[in-house]
Design a protein around this ligand. Sequence first.
Ligand code: GN1
Ligand code: MG
Length: 351
Amino acid sequence: MIGKEILGAFGLDNTKSIEKISNGLINLTYKAKGSDGKTYLLQRINTKIFPKPIEIQENYLIIQDCLSKKNSYQLPAIISTKNAELLLEQDHQFWRCFDFISGTHSMENAEDINQARQVAHCFGKFSADLSQLQSGKIHTILPNFHDLRLRFTQFEQALQYANEIRKKAVKSLIDEVYKNKQLVEFYDYIIANKNKFPLHILHHDCKMSNILFKSGTNEVFSPIDLDTTQPGYFFSDLGDMIRSIVPNLSENETDINKMKLRTDFYQAIKDGYLESMQQYLTIDELSHIDQSGKIIIYMQAVRFLTDYLNNDIYYQTDYPAQNKDRAENQFKLLFLLSDYINHLSDKTIYA
Ligand code: GN1
Ligand code: MG
């Protein structure tokens, strides 16, 4: 629970209620009702993963300002501490507070292709509207975050030091990493051809629940959780939406025999994203656009598997084999998506 001093530091001395909300595998998030009747979001930033939280807050203000000047999305306001600080440091932990915009809500999954298209259009527009920030104005919060070569190297290191029992339990998944290694080589090709594949400002965590919708109409209000907004390559945001929205099951689902691709959602996401982003992408990026989902799903599978081999030091887990199950889930998704894309007839229609 949150201590009184923390609430007090943000001026929330007499909160009516506090509720922990689960959003994500990294930070701890609470919703608090203040005595003023307003709702606030309090978050403890995981500094093992985000060692410089102040840079996240600074980026947020830059992004907020840029979007507001463009009459684009209105982001939830940061609530400063009583001492006018963007963060509260308490016992070596960092807390921040946001205004919780009333009349909005988030959703875990897209119900229909129209919603999927709206989500993709929103994250695309977010990047498009930030395209002028490219000149290194914002901090890179997680260097090499979506660096697939590095993720592969980290996997091989984990494999080297993993205990035999865990290694044996994931033998078939380790084989999958090597079977799909051409994706790591494709990533190397991207890095070696920076003119063809330039950097863009990307959100880097484009799941459905990171968008606020207006209650009632279900129109998009704004993207949220901008912690990882930083420069990256064309595949990241589109790929993450494909990863998290196209399957009928979540990454935590263990009954993966039930997994199916919602292929109409795939097309809707691609269309919605390109509607906003096409003019900012090169011919090479457009002609490889269908690699996006594959790269990100593979990377996520490798990351879950690496964490399992490392005895679960990164992602929060509810039971011991959860990272193994998540990796298995993601490899199944990669298999289904690769098969679908191999049979697509309009692979390069956007090029
Ligand atoms: C992490 O905590 P959350 O859900 O916002 C991770 C993403 C993964 C996601 C998988 C900083 O994000 O890259 O896609 O888990 N974020 C970080 O659920 O590692
Ligand atoms: Mg996140």
